[in-house]
Write a protein that binds this ligand. Structure first.
Ligand SMILES: [Zn+2]
Length: 136
């Protein structure tokens, strides 16, 4: 008997976040940069939180970051995810922080301030790329 496995849930891009996810599907890492004051921001938003300008440009950034914090999930909260897995917050070189997973190392080897680099992982059996990070 074939084993049934639920598909992994995918993001539902909003009007504000669609350019981010579209770039990820091209395996480009872009965040918003304010045209008025130069502030990089994430998550995507209509207004710059620093100067309230609506002038913004989606800018390709380095993808370099450092682990700000993380946790390891041991109980399956959704059956599509294999446990244990980590959920990390990384701080981009450009300043903003985002939630992600760290791949390419054991959960026990994660540490605060660990240098990491973005990469794009294809979601199993789906035409979708997720930005994740791995040790730099
Ligand atoms: Zn601004």
């Amino acid at each position: 008997m074939a084993e049934f496995k639920l598909p992994k849930p995918l993001p539902s891009p909003s009007e504000d976040s669609k350019p981010f996810w579209d770039a990820c599907q091209r395996q480009e890492f872009k965040i918003q940069k304010c045209d008025s004051c130069g502030h990089f921001r994430f998550p995507p938003s209509l207004l710059c939180p620093r100067c309230m300008s609506t002038d913004t440009e989606w800018t390709r950034v380095s993808g370099k970051a450092r682990v700000f914090t993380w946790e390891v999930t041991h109980r399956p909260l959704y059956p599509a995810f294999d446990t244990p897995f980590n959920v990390a917050i990384v701080q981009l070189e450009e300043g903003p922080r985002l939630h992600t997973n760290i791949a390419g190392c054991r959960n026990e080897d994660l540490y605060v301030d660990m240098p990491v680099q973005v990469f794009f992982e294809k979601v199993e059996d789906q035409e979708w790329y997720m930005p994740k990070f791995k040790p730099a």
